[in-house]
Ligand binder design. Structure first.
Ligand SMILES: Nc1ncnc2c1ncn2[C@@H]1O[C@H](COP(=O)(O)OP(=O)(O)OP(=O)(O)O)[C@@H](O)[C@H]1O
Ligand SMILES: O=P(O)(O)OC[C@H]1O[C@](O)(CO)[C@@H](O)[C@@H]1O
Ligand SMILES: [Mg+2]
Length: 524
């Protein structure tokens, strides 16, 4: 069989029976040039098929494509993109993104390296698969808060309206369960006009309550044909289920995810929106701790920041990004503790030894700890049941007070040196704020990208910057693994070089760390 005639339906639960035969089109660089965008060299979300296809093509260029409505609705009509005549875009030189434009996942390569994985470049397409007057869009926000959610909501509404003339946009309130338990709210540019100035989400949010059947029933009953889903890894898994069910029922509904998480642990994309704002806000807490401890004798400040781990899938610690970047930005932090880097208290190279020395040298010190760090120590000392939130995420034990007590005990009992402990927990303060200027711009780009993608008929996809270029990414790529701080990477080395704290890696542990790192696909 000539593999160039095969395209894959890109279903999230793809299997062999989803292979479909298509006529062989004209192609450049092996990418199809036609209205319907089924590509050659596509690697949807099924690894064995992808591997086989890749090998048989005898090529080192891989496009990890996103599904398109025409994969399961082959006769869907297309229309010229109204941006042709829009005030904003009519004079743009290259208004439309070519079907051939892709974004490389790896941009640092050597001459003989394979070209590797690519994603479709985000942006407006020549053809759209919806008549604007027939669009009924909805937006839902799920999971924890994050600066910038309101900006994304605002820009989806204004983008749909100003760029495509879509007027029928509904807000689903309180997360997934809102689809079947609440009335919708009408969203217009006027309603969302200044919501970007507020933290939180206009639509409110929730955990748990994902019932695929009820949600898709509701989408169909309400005549919704574009679903915009803003949320983290759990939410995107939910979006994948919705997309699969929509495809199964053969509905003309585009399902699009906008990845959100304060923890910045979403794989593939450069950074998640709101992260910079959170890091900036964390500076205020670190600064306060520093001012406090500098002003007293033997001042020890501890700042606990968000950054939890997910043990549901990988049983690996992760997500020390906020703590790492807040520390790097601040320069007032003596030691940063993250879940990825197991620390120990006693003995040579341990935390106590370092703190003794710093306090002696400087008379004060500041520690930043991510909430997911040191969980094993707290669990060993604080009897607690294994609690989970409504979405099934493990609830963390509070490492902040535990560490404060440990350090107080160490200095007063072991060192006979009373200290002035100042413990600050700005957990919710760093995420309940509006996004800063840079994040506002980032949120706008995300919203526009997702609107262009849905109008162009892509579905079951997420958006995000890959090496600074916005791309359409299969949902499974952002849910299958989490991004973690790589202890063997340069960024963590930069932090260690900046704070001069111990690495907590004794030579016998090095192998373990290398082993942990090798399990993670993405790192900074
Ligand atoms: N595997 C899954 N399948 C379907 N729905 C899911 C799945 N995991 C989570 N969800 C749903 O997604 C929503 C949000 O999930 P969760 O509370 O884990 O937050 P999140 O999206 O991961 O965001 P964050 O962790 O950044 O706060 C919940 O309504 C939950 O029911
Ligand atoms: O208390 P909530 O609202 O469930 O959210 C807490 C969690 O959500 C996150 O912000 C995002 O995953 C975590 O960092 C944090 O542990
Ligand atoms: Mg999550």
């Amino acid at each position: 069989m000539d593999l160039s005639t095969i395209s894959l339906s890109s279903s999230l639960s793809s299997s062999l029976n989803q292979l479909s035969l298509r006529p062989k089109p004209a192609s450049l660089f092996g990418i199809f040039l036609r209205n319907n965008p089924p590509p050659l060299f596509s690697r949807p979300n099924h690894r064995p098929i992808a591997a086989a296809l890749q090998q048989s093509q005898n090529d080192d260029f891989v496009l990890e494509d996103v599904p398109h409505l025409t994969n399961f609705l082959p006769n869907l009509p297309s229309y010229p993109n109204p941006l042709h005549s829009s005030q904003a875009y009519s004079i743009v030189k290259n208004t439309f993104v070519s079907q051939e434009d892709v974004v490389a996942q790896n941009i640092v390569i050597r001459k003989d390296n394979p070209r590797g994985v690519h994603f479709r470049r985000a942006g407006p397409r020549e053809k759209v698969y919806f008549k604007p007057e027939e669009v009924r869009a909805c937006i839902v926000t799920c999971g924890g808060l994050c600066p910038g959610i309101n900006t994304v909501i605002r820009e989806i509404v204004c983008g749909l309206n100003n760029m495509y003339g879509v007027e029928d946009i509904l807000g689903i309130e309180e997360g997934y369960r809102g689809f079947y338990s609440k009335n919708t709210v009408r969203l217009t540019p006027k309603v969302v006009n200044d919501i970007h100035k507020r933290g939180g989400t206009l639509l409110r949010t929730s955990r748990g309550g994902h019932d695929t059947q009820k949600i898709v029933d509701n989408i169909a009953d309400r005549g919704i044909n574009q679903v915009y889903i803003i949320g983290g890894d759990g939410t995107q898994r939910g979006a994948a289920r919705i997309y699969e069910e929509v495809e199964k029922r053969g509905l003309h509904v585009a399902v699009a995810g906008i990845p959100k998480t304060i923890d910045n642990d979403i794989a593939v994309i450069d950074k998640s929106f709101g992260f910079d704002t959170a890091v900036e806000e964390a500076q205020r807490a670190i600064n306060a701790a520093h001012v406090e401890v500098e002003s007293v004798e033997n001042g020890v400040g501890i700042v606990k920041l968000m950054g939890r781990y997910s043990d549901r899938l990988y049983k690996l610690p992760s997500a020390g990004f906020i703590a790492m970047f807040a520390t790097l930005a601040s320069r007032d932090v003596d030691c940063c503790l993250i879940p990825e880097s197991p620390f120990y208290l006693e003995g040579r190279g341990g935390l106590y030894e370092f703190l003794d020395q710093r306090l002696k040298e400087n008379g004060h010190l500041v520690i930043v700890i991510a909430e997911g760090a040191g969980q094993e120590y707290v669990a060993a000392e604080v009897p607690a049941v294994n609690q989970k939130d409504a979405s099934g995420n493990k609830l963390l034990l509070d490492v902040g007070p535990w560490l404060s007590d440990k350090i107080k005990d160490h200095f007063t009992k072991a060192q006979k040196m009373p200290i002035n402990m100042k413990y600050i927990d700005p957990t919710y303060m760093i995420r309940a704020i509006p996004s800063n200027a840079a994040d506002n711009i980032y949120c706008t780009l995300l919203a526009h990208s997702v609107v262009h993608g849905a109008m162009a008929g892509y579905t079951g996809f997420t958006v995000g910057p890959v090496n600074s270029r916005h791309a359409y990414i299969p949902i499974s790529r952002v849910t299958e693994k989490q991004k973690t701080v790589e202890l063997t990477g340069r960024m963590w080395a930069r932090l260690l070089a900046s704070t001069n704290q111990p690495s907590f890696i004794s030579s016998d542990l090095e192998g373990v760390v290398q082993g942990i790192d090798s399990l993670n696909i993405t790192s900074i």
